[in-house]
Structures are given as C-alpha cells and as structure tokens.
Write a protein that binds this ligand. Structure first.
Ligand SMILES: C[S@@+](CC[C@H](N)C(=O)[O-])C[C@H]1O[C@@H](n2cnc3c(N)ncnc32)[C@H](O)[C@@H]1O
Length: 355
C-alpha cells in the first residue's frame, strides 16, 4: 500500500489477526509491504480493497527481549540487577530500577522504547509516596519528544484518562473492580432499584466505571483529597455516564477529606453503597464514614493488614458497627500477596439498622 496508509493498514490487519508477528514492514519504492500470516486470506478478500499480495523473504526478526537491545558489554555488567517486570498504563511504561542500574537508566529506557512499539514514554518509578499515594516518576525516554505522562487506559472496555505522576491509579486492581460490580448488582437487585453510591477516595474513578456503565447507579457522589485527581475523575465518569445504560445518572464530584462528608446533611443516611478505598488507613476512617450509610447498606473496602489478622479485623469492624447501632455481616478476603507479613484484603460489610 502507499506508505502514507501504512499505519491504518497495520491496525486493520492486526485487528483481524492477519499481521505476521516479528516479520517487519518492507519498503518497495513508494509502497510498503505489510507481512501477512498463515491465516490471512488471499488477495480476493474484499477488505484488501484490491491491494496485491506479493511473496518476499521475511526481514530478520527483531530481538525477543528488550535486554538484547543493550550493548553486550553493558548487559554483561548489569544483567543480574536488570528489572524483570514493569507496568504499562496506556502508553506510559513504569519501571522500578535497582540502585545498581540507576546510572544506566537511559540506555535501559531506550531499549524498552525500541522494543515496545505501543509505549510512548518510559519512566522510572521510585514508589508511591505521600497521602495521595502518587508515584514518584521521572521520564527517562520519550518517543518523538512527547514527555507527557497523561495517558488513556482501557479497563473492562471503558477508558480512563489519567496521569500516574499526579493521581493514584493501579491497573492491578481491575479484578477487584469487577468483583465490586457483581456485589453492587446483587445489592441493586435486592433493593429493586438503582443505587446511591458514595466513593470518597475515588482517585480517577475506576471503582464506579462499570456500575455506571451498566446503569446500576442512580446517583454517584465521588471525591478525593488530591485536587489533581478531580478533573480526571469528573471527565472519566462523565464520559462513561453519557454512553451508559442510564445516562440520567447524577454525578456529584467534591474535593476534600472524605471524613468531612458526615457534616453535610444532604449526604447523611443516603449511601446504599460506600467505597472505602484507602488501604493504609481506611479502617480508621470507618467510624467517621458510618453516618453516611443508608438503613440497608453495603460497604466495600480494601485494607492492608497483618497476615494473620483477618478474624480480628472482622471482629473489630462488627463491634464498631454494633456501637453505631447497626447489625453487620463482615466478609474479609485476601486479594493478593503484599509482603511476607502484610496482606491486602477486600472487606465487604452488609450493615442494617435492624429496623
Ligand atoms: C488507594 S487510592 C484509591 C483511588 C481509587 N479509588 C482507585 O482505586 O484507583 C486512595 C485515594 O484516596 C485519596 N485520599 C487520601 N486521603 C484522603 C482523604 N482523607 N479524603 C479523601 N481522599 C483521600 C488519595 O489521594 C487517593 O487518590
């Protein structure tokens, strides 16, 4: 095809599963040759729009791993300390580096950028810091000089625009979001109506994407203490609602401390579902949040606790709900390994006033 159409055709062929992996695109005068695999149809296929299929020897395969793109002498010197994992959010790659390889961060980032065509920016991730749980990021390499860390992430078919250097997001919790969706659908079925949901620690909004999309929510009150998260939160959930099964869903976005919501009469006693997504201190916020709950409410939270503390945490939560005059059933489930001594749990509390 004409070289100007290469990107469009590469996307179309990849979407059909007809693009040969690792064979490379070849030049033929003003034209480009895109490599087809064995399952691709012949040139009679209407989608090829009359383009011809020609036989060529495949270009040599590129390196299989990004490490093979490092200078052999550098690779030999630092191989034992090279990162074995990284996280990709949209087109931003985040990688943690051991101190032994920090001095070689640039060639490492350039090798990764060359290896992963969908990545635009490679950042070193020096960990999550401060109350907003934001990653300490530094851009190491960028394609075409575009160093912006604003990106768009797809999760469960929904898109979230975010900036990992400004507001918390973790792709690893997508399974938790799907689990929360199931719990909310059950609660909505039981109450036989759409839900009022409060998410005071909402970040850029991923807890409520699926429930809003599926029309389970009548009203979502969401917020965050981090002012930089707010524009992303508002835009992400606003877009999802507009294309959802219930575009009339009401969205209220507020910036500030979630514990202050109890001081607002309009919010008290309203939440059919309350998210407590503050894993390192959320349990301490629970008493302040309790006045927000409706008479028959579901609390979905996450907490990082000691490995053997599941039963005592369940007991502690039941007691604090009882003090507030609520009957509760508490389910504490480990979600993933955190460290040898700490674990992340999902807490599901069904709380009623018993009346
Ligand atoms: C672990 S993140 C969860 C974010 C989001 N729910 C998600 O799953 O991506 C916790 C969020 O709570 C916010 N936060 C921390 N302390 C807060 C407070 N006292 N009130 C409201 N938000 C707070 C942080 O800025 C952060 O965005």
């Amino acid at each position: 095809m004409p070289s100007a159409e290469t990107a469009r055709w590469r996307e179309r062929l990849a979407a059909k599963g007809w693009l040969a992996q690792g064979a490379g695109i070849q030049t033929d005068g003003e034209h480009r040759l895109l490599p087809l695999n064995d399952v691709a149809p012949g040139s009679e296929e209407p989608m090829f729009e009359g383009h011809t299929i020609v036989e060529r020897t495949a270009l040599e395969r590129g390196p299989q791993r990004w490490t093979q793109r490092l200078q052999p002498s550098l690779l030999a010197a630092i191989e034992a300390h090279l990162p074995t994992a990284h996280e990709v959010q949209g087109d931003v790659l985040l990688v943690k580096l051991e101190p032994e390889v920090e001095a070689h961060a640039t060639p490492i980032a350039e090798a990764m950028l060359a290896q992963f065509p969908h990545v635009r920016v490679v950042c070193v991730d020096r960990g999550v810091t401060g109350p907003f749980r934001i990653r300490d990021l530094q851009v190491l390499a960028a394609r075409d000089g575009d160093e912006s860390t604003v990106t768009t992430v797809k999760e469960h078919g929904l898109t979230y625009t975010l900036d990992p250097s400004k507001a918390y997001f973790s792709a690893r919790l997508s399974g938790e979001r799907a689990a929360a969706m199931d719990l909310m659908r059950e609660h909505s079925d039981r109450l036989q109506r759409r839900l009022i949901v409060h998410d005071p620690y909402a970040g850029v909004g991923p807890n409520l994407g699926l429930p809003l999309h599926h029309g389970v929510v009548a009203k979502a009150v969401v917020g965050d203490l981090n002012g930089e998260a707010i524009p992303f939160l508002e835009a992400n959930l606003g877009h999802i609602i507009a294309r959802s099964a219930h575009p009339q869903a009401h969205l209220e976005v507020r910036m500030g401390d979630g514990r202050a919501w109890r001081n607002e009469e309009a919010l008290k006693g309203k939440a059919d579902v309350l998210f407590v997504n503050l894993p390192h201190e959320g349990l301490e916020h629970m008493d302040d949040l309790m006045p927000l709950l409706a008479g028959d409410a579901l609390v979905i939270g996450w907490a990082v606790i000691g490995r053997d503390d599941e039963a005592s945490i369940a007991h502690q939560i039941t007691s604090s709900f009882a003090v507030a005059g609520r009957i509760s059933s508490v389910d504490v489930q480990a979600t993933k390994g955190f460290s040898t001594t700490r674990t992340m749990v999902r807490l599901v509390v069904r709380a009623t006033t018993g009346s």
